[in-house]
Write a protein that binds this ligand. Structure first.
Ligand SMILES: [Zn+2]
Length: 286
């Protein structure tokens, strides 16, 4: 299964993008493309799909600081992203990226993560001076104290606890009726991935993790997470619903299969690593 937001076609051009003349030449390239996101939601074009302009065509939109931000180059096409200061509202990011082709979804995911970071980093978090963009907007430099600021990625563990022929799924009160999913939480400083997995399972269900196996990861631009997907073998016991969970319970393979099929109501199977973990277990992963 090829997860949404993975397999991005973008070459991030990490060495070239440090040269302002190289970025200027990419902006002037007739093939260049720029997606427009307002508060993280793609602005729609005339055809209803995401609006994609040449960077020069964005002048009239009244762009928010710092203007078009370099995302990378895909098949010779330089891609940029920009946010309007106000103006046309975007279409719900999930709805757009569930429907558009995978390469564009990955580009929009990177655009959203970078633009939302920039929107919160206009000023240096160390001294309060106004940051200056570098590397096409993918790095910020404070002219006062010299601190460099980079887009953040918030690592999170997401896991399916299993014991024999059963798996634990939980639900939050705000979710649609009947919806259950894998457990998840942010990693904390000083933790390994396995330790974060064990802590989150213990916090949310009271169950003890015996071992955890990495399955897959997924960039998750809400706004800037990286979901690290695991299947965790847990000791027998009854799960408690704690922390942000309203309920947590054991599912047999048959019950989990039935739930998996009803999940199509909420999102396509490739949209989240949560579904991939469940699929991997249903397919016989230990
Ligand atoms: Zn500073």
């Amino acid at each position: 299964m090829r997860l949404t937001f993975t397999h991005s076609p973008l070459d991030h051009s990490g060495l070239d993008r440090a040269r302002p003349d190289w970025i200027a030449a990419r902006l002037a390239d007739p093939a260049a493309r720029c997606v427009i996101l307002n508060n993280g939601d793609p602005v729609a074009g005339a055809d209803g799909g995401p609006l994609i302009l040449h960077p020069a065509e964005t002048d009239g939109l009244g762009l928010a600081w710092p203007g078009p931000v370099f995302l990378g180059v895909a098949d010779g096409v330089p891609w940029f992203a920009a946010a309007p200061q106000d103006g046309q509202k975007g279409v719900d990011f999930r709805r757009v990226t569930m429907a558009c082709e995978p390469a564009l979804a990955a580009i929009l995911g990177r655009a959203r993560a970078v633009l939302m970071w920039l929107g919160r980093r206009r000023f240096c978090s160390n001294c309060g001076a106004r940051n200056e963009p570098r590397d096409g907007g993918l790095r910020l430099q404070c002219p006062s104290c010299g601190m460099e600021h980079y887009p953040r990625t918030d690592a999170s563990v997401i896991m399916l606890p299993v014991c024999g022929e059963r798996a634990v799924l939980g639900r939050q009160a705000a979710w649609p009726p009947g919806m259950y999913a894998t457990l998840a939480g942010f990693m904390e400083p000083g933790e390994t991935i396995e330790e974060a997995c064990a802590r989150e399972v213990r916090e949310e269900t009271g169950l003890d993790v015996l071992s955890a196996r990495y399955i897959a990861s997924q960039p998750w631009p809400f706004p800037s997470s990286l979901m690290i997907g695991l299947i965790a073998e847990v000791a027998p016991g009854e799960p408690l619903a704690r922390d942000d969970l309203e309920d947590a319970r054991w599912f047999t393979r048959d019950a989990a299969q039935a739930l998996y099929e009803t999940m199509a109501r909420w999102a396509p199977p490739h949209y989240s690593v949560s579904r991939l973990l469940l699929q991997a277990w249903l397919d016989g992963a230990p």
